[in-house]
Design a protein around this ligand. Structure first.
Ligand code: F6R
Length: 606
């Protein structure tokens, strides 16, 4: 995820560009850059760091210009460095471009351009575009014609905008599978990757659709189809949101927005190169012993990993909460320690890794923030590409980490011959179904979960129960409830109940039970057994299950049904329910959702 903002007007626009790109910072904030046209010359400034810091350090507001484009980056291809920051220029300096998305065929394009004598300065996929523009301009002597030719060779997803000294009063932009829109002010026109880029200046927008490009100047704009080259009549859309609502994409809270982004973040997790998943699997396989570490939510992700690796690869890898690692783990040069962290900055996890390294262990990590301390410290890193997680409470990042860890477990299973190639591929097939199934659940079940959560929002004590791999799901769902709704929720393995906790059960203790699909016969029966134990003591049970309606009617006080799916992906779906249930309980209790009390986004103290 990155942000694009562009403006062309009658007066100096550098301050408008600043406001626009600052509004987009929620989409990415590891580096920032601008291209401004100053007396028919392009001025390009860029650097790592947040928007405010960049504008101040580079003194951008002192450059007077009536036309410019800006970008805030969340790195996907290439490290966080000044050279990898947008805008990118052509060799002749006549084009400067900013881009969101991924150019899928950038490697062959780059090789061809290199052969033709173009020089590249970055590791990004984006840089091929300005070079292609230069090449095609030399052939056509027309910027629009060059743009059309570029659109015909690019594959992948993009929203991009560029300036050219050949047409110094126009912004050119195009879109495929990445949002792009124009803001239509009286004296100024805008380009943005979403409304937030210009919402404080105008509420009139034109949405660019896939396969279209636009040419925008101070007093006019034209949108065309990139295949037919015909002009497209576009309606002006009135934006009713303010900038805060717009940043949240219309959702009332980032937490809900991020829960709803999960079909995309899971797709991103599934699209990660197999090579990086393999390398992490290799690191584990080569160690004489291995550990998963994380803390809070990521400890529960680590626990999930412990189960899935045991299930699919037949290896027992302990999961240790990072803060307990030094006291518990006996690591040496032959050990492998795999950390899981959204921010890549958490003190406890960083300390565990430093401890492991001081004993000579090899280290790996799954992190969401490129360039973070953990990403830089370890020998092997997987960047999960979930995009910035703004809500303090982790949802989409954790769920993606679980998906990545299933992929790691599958590779390990294959390496250790615990799985045949056919079993491995079938499992991958089930994983591929996940984004659409999550989307279906979000579309069809949210209303019901909302009602149930509201109905029981006054409950003071919840037990969250799951057996096997549903135990970490129960723990993580209970943590969501505690941290966002401030309601007591205790996660527990179902089998644990009869060893004491049953004494507590009466009509005032409410339980949520995560039930596996029936195909998981033993686990299914054992979990239902726990439900019976509670019901026999008049306890309330909300059963989340994959059976048809009414199958176990008398067993549950309330039931929430999920579509029949493979046992491999079932726990992930249960977690989505756990997230939504806590969110809606918290909204019923009027909690401060995105900034809950006593929790910071990255806990950098011990
Ligand atoms: C839970 C939560 C915390 C973090 C924990 C680790 O919603 O936000 O429990 O999961 O502090 O943080 P990272 O993943 O950034 O290392």
């Amino acid at each position: 995820m990155c942000g694009i903002s562009g403006a062309v007007g009658l007066k100096n626009i550098s301050n408008l560009l600043y406001e626009g790109i600052r509004n987009l910072e929620y989409r990415g904030y590891d580096s920032c850059g601008v291209a401004l046209m100053n007396r028919k010359h392009l001025v390009v400034r860029k650097n790592v760091g947040g928007v405010e810091e960049f504008f101040r350090k580079e003194n951008v507001l002192s450059v007077r210009s009536k036309i410019g484009v800006a970008h805030t980056r969340w790195a996907t291809h290439g490290k966080v460095t000044p050279l990898n920051t947008h805008p990118f220029q052509s060799c002749d300096g006549h084009f400067a471009l900013v881009h969101n998305g991924i150019i899928a065929n950038f490697r062959p394009l780059k090789e061809q351009l290199l052969r033709e004598g173009h020089a590249f300065v970055s590791e990004t996929d984006t840089e091929v575009i300005p070079h292609l523009l230069e090449k095609f301009y030399q052939e056509t002597h027309d910027v629009e014609a060059a743009l059309v030719k570029v659109l015909h060779v690019l594959e992948g997803s993009y929203a991009f905008a560029f300036l050219s000294t050949h047409e110094p009063d126009q912004i050119f932009c195009a879109r495929r599978e990445s949002p792009l829109m124009l803001g239509i002010g009286d004296e100024t026109k805008f380009v943005g990757s979403d409304f937030t880029a210009f919402i404080d200046q105008t509420k009139n927008a034109v949405i660019i659709d896939d396969g279209e490009y636009a040419i925008v100047s101070r007093d006019s704009y034209v949108v065309k189809n990139s295949v037919t080259l015909e002009e497209v009549e576009k309606p002006i859309v009135k934006i009713h949101w303010d900038s805060e609502t717009s940043k949240k994409g219309g959702y009332p809270h980032y937490m809900l927005k991020e829960i709803y982004e999960q079909p995309h973040t899971v797709t991103a997790a599934l699209d990660l190169e197999t090579a990086s998943v393999d390398e992490l699997a290799d690191l584990i396989a080569k160690g004489e012993d291995a550990y998963f570490v994380g803390v809070g939510t990521t400890y529960y992700v680590a626990l999930f990993a412990k189960y899935i690796v045991s299930q699919l690869a037949g290896i027992f890898i302990p999961a240790i909460s990072s803060d307990e690692f030094a006291a518990l783990a006996s690591v040496n040069r032959k050990s492998a320690v795999i950390a899981i962290s959204q921010s890549g900055e958490t003190y406890d996890t960083l300390s565990a890794l430093k401890f492991a390294r001081s004993r000579g262990a090899r280290t790996g990590a799954i992190v969401n923030v490129m360039g973070s301390s953990i990403a830089r410290l370890v020998d092997q890193v997987i960047l999960q590409r979930s995009g910035p997680e703004i809500c303090v409470i982790s949802t989409k990042a954790a769920l993606s980490q679980m998906v990545i860890l299933i992929r790691v477990a599958l590779r390990l299973g294959l390496k250790r011959k615990k799985l045949t190639r056919k079993e491995h591929d079938r499992a991958l097939g089930h994983l591929q179904e996940l984004p659409a199934i999550i989307q279906g659940i979000l579309n069809e079940r949210s209303g019901f979960i909302h009602r149930i959560a509201h109905k029981y929002s006054k409950t003071r004590h919840w037990l969250y129960l799951g057996r096997g791999i549903y135990y970490p799901i129960a723990l993580e769902s209970a943590l969501k409830m505690k941290e966002v709704a401030y309601v007591h929720a205790e996660g527990m393995p179902g089998g644990f109940l009869k060893h004491g906790t049953l004494a507590m059960i009466d009509q005032d203790i409410y339980s949520i039970v995560f039930i596996p699909p029936r195909k998981d016969q033993e686990l299914y029966q054992a979990t239902l057994h726990s439900v019976e134990e509670i019901r026999a003591r008049n306890g309330f049970v909300l059963g989340i299950h994959f059976d048809e309606r009414g199958k176990n009617k008398e067993l549950f006080s309330e039931e929430l049904m999920l579509p029949p799916v493979s046992p491999l992906i079932a726990p992930i779906l249960q977690l989505v329910i756990g997230q939504l249930f806590s969110y809606f309980t918290a909204t019923s209790l009027k909690r401060t959702i995105d900034k809950p009390r006593s929790l910071a986004k990255s806990v950098t103290v011990g």
